[in-house]
Design a protein around this ligand. Structure first.
Ligand code: GMT
Length: 388
């Protein structure tokens, strides 16, 4: 590779809804716009990739089903596809998002292709370290894969420190935070939608997630119920997942069915986020909390768990709120503070949008990934402008 050539990058992620897939896909798209050839290798087309994009090629992982297999060995099929794509398309970097099992497949692919020809970057996103990686059956292999990747990044300092604490390894992990494209996620004129979800001019609260237990969605309902006792308010639930049945029954029990809209999974979150006044994300922990950053970019005040890494982009009381996920009264008080004071809301929205588009904006963060690739490949610093 000569100094000016942009790297050819293979990206693997979970294709379904979820922060790690969003970050991986958006990173790939931004790299491709900067002139990198990007090859997505995954079981299905990642959900934000469903259009033609120049310089982006999708390679599905074929999984043979033989009667002898109790479960099809996806990790091996993925490794085979990775090595085949790496050789045929001349990948310089294989960047895997979410350690299990993607880093294992990348490790095998690099062994097959040759360590001098392919570098493996593993990005840790959160539950791959805080939940899945700590399962006894995954613990040793997660540590092994962290040590054997050519570079490991984590989406927050919290996650880096958690990795070192739990696995006793990872001092060289580079923190590269989640990012948002502020030209896509931005405040919009949403009067029509607002009338649909808050017809009498009520304040509108929103929760958007995959409704897994770690998102603590029942706390959203409790906070909303208490807020609604004080001011006219409605709740919009975006997404779907295993906790949805409990959420529905709690909404019924509290007699809130008329005040809560559930719109299911939404791919184009940027079109619905701007409608809200407040985003609630009371997760049991959150290594970063990408949706809160996206909300800030859309002009929505985030009220987010203080457990994890959200404090690395949210300044409590300035551009959002941080509260312990068990502290329902604290969350209610914070919500009411901003929902009752439109001047404060405007001030916090301005702060949030500024922060989201500067340090956590796509140009700044994508550049950090490119610099990491350059260091791994031994290509010198790029003259300004060449990386877009
Ligand atoms: O939050 C989820 O359940 C999805 C998960 C994922 O891997 O898709 O999200 C994790 O990665 C996101 C992107 O880096 C982070 O913003 C989320 O905070 C993190 N989730 C948790 O730590 C619970």
């Amino acid at each position: 590779m000569n100094d000016m050539k942009m790297p050819t990058v293979g990206i693997t992620c979970y294709p379904s809804q979820g922060g790690s897939g969003v970050v991986a896909t958006e990173l790939g798209l931004h790299l491709s716009r900067r002139g990198c050839e990007v090859h997505f290798i995954s079981s299905e087309l990642p959900f934000r990739l469903r259009k033609f994009h120049e310089n982006v090629i999708y390679h599905p992982v074929e999984m043979p089903h033989y009667p002898v297999f109790q479960h099809s060995p996806y990790t091996l099929s993925l490794a085979t596809t990775m090595s085949e794509v790496a050789t045929r398309c001349g990948l310089d970097i294989l960047h895997v998002h979410y350690a299990i099992p993607h880093a294992a497949s990348a490790f095998l692919a690099r062994e097959m292709v040759g360590a001098d020809r392919l570098k493996v970057v593993t990005t840790l996103h959160g539950t791959d370290i805080t939940l899945v990686g700590q399962e006894p059956s995954f613990f040793p292999i997660t540590r092994f894969l962290i040590e054997r990747s050519d570079a490991v990044t984590a989406v927050s300092t919290f996650l880096k420190e958690e990795t070192i604490r739990v696995f006793g390894t990872g001092e060289t992990i580079e923190v590269i935070p989640n990012f948002v494209d502020a030209r896509v996620f931005m405040p919009l004129e949403v009067d029509g939608l607002r009338r649909r979800f808050a017809p009498a001019g009520e304040r509108l609260l929103m929760h958007a997630s995959n409704f897994r237990a770690v998102k603590n969605p029942l706390a959203v309902i409790e906070v909303f119920a208490a807020v609604r006792r004080e001011i006219p308010a409605r709740l919009l639930l975006v997404g779907d997942g295993p906790e949805m049945p409990s959420v529905r029954s709690r909404v019924q029990e509290l007699g809130l069915a008329e005040a809560v809209d559930m719109v299911g999974q939404v791919d184009n979150l940027e079109e619905i986020l701007p409608v809200a006044d407040l985003l609630l994300l009371p997760s049991l922990h959150e290594s970063f909390g990408l949706v809160a950053l996206e909300a800030m970019a859309c002009g929505v005040v985030p009220l987010v768990t203080s457990r994890g890494g959200a404090g690395e982009f949210i300044q409590d009381g300035i551009n959002g709120f941080l509260r312990d996920p068990d502290d329902i009264p604290g969350m209610v008080a914070a919500a009411l503070t901003v929902l009752r004071d439109r001047d404060l809301q405007v001030q916090m929205v301005d702060e949030g949008r500024r922060d989201a588009s500067a340090e956590f904006g796509a140009p700044c963060v994508v550049r950090q990934y490119l610099e990491l690739y350059d260091r791994l490949l031994g290509t010198g610093p790029r003259p300004a402008g060449l990386d877009g």
